[in-house]
Design a protein around this ligand. Sequence first.
Ligand SMILES: [Zn+2]
Length: 273
Amino acid sequence: MPELPEVETIKNELTPHVVGHHITGLTLFWDGIAHPSVEEFRSRLVGQSIIALARRGKYLIFGLTGDEALIIHLRMTGSLLLKPTSAEPDKFIRAILYLDEEAGLHFRDPRKLGMMWLVKDANTIVGKLGPEPLEASFTPQLLAHRLANRTAPIKALLCDQSFIAGIGNMYADEALFAARIHPERPGKSLSQDEIECLHSTIQQVLWSAIGNKGASVDRNTYFRPDGTLGTAHFEFKVAHQRGKSCLVCGTLIQRLPIRNRGSYFCPHCQPAR
Ligand SMILES: [Zn+2]
């Protein structure tokens, strides 16, 4: 599933190709992708220009000339591919936005879970998200404040988009391993030192993955806009590494279900207390 580093990579790489361009056409192959409706998309989207592209959490926000925003969430298996206008869509393409009749932005999504919204106010979709972990306003003090009194497992909190935006299963596992914190520890049980360490490892794993253009753990779902793969998964220490040995201590990496998500961790480096 694309998380913050994957969506940030897509935003960075799409920006020079979409901002300043005019939406000249739209083809929908899967009507369920468009909200509020296919009719609204056709009547309101085509003819507008894209004036900005931003990321909030795992959402992409295309600012439009008509004081509206096109918001895209890739969910589990979505990707956005830039193709020549003449390119034939593959069978997993759910929508194509044509830009200045020069390029097509293909929304590819094998599982059909991705969504697009056309809204007047982006906050109707992204307003409830928690803080952005790479912004200066996300401090160890803020993390400590948000963890106080929280009894949920730290792994579940890190994946909760209203607690902190953009982190999912992969980077939560990596940040907790780097901070040597067991994923089932209640949020409020973390010491001040652990919180400061976790704050730092969250930022480290996210920046590192952005540097590596995201993780293509599943080689059939996450692509950069030019169709190439990211390489962040080659640096994963625990995420999706069940059956492999911990690089620090040699213990077998284990997988534990926490709130229906598989959590990968090293039982030696991340002891339960
Ligand atoms: Zn270990």
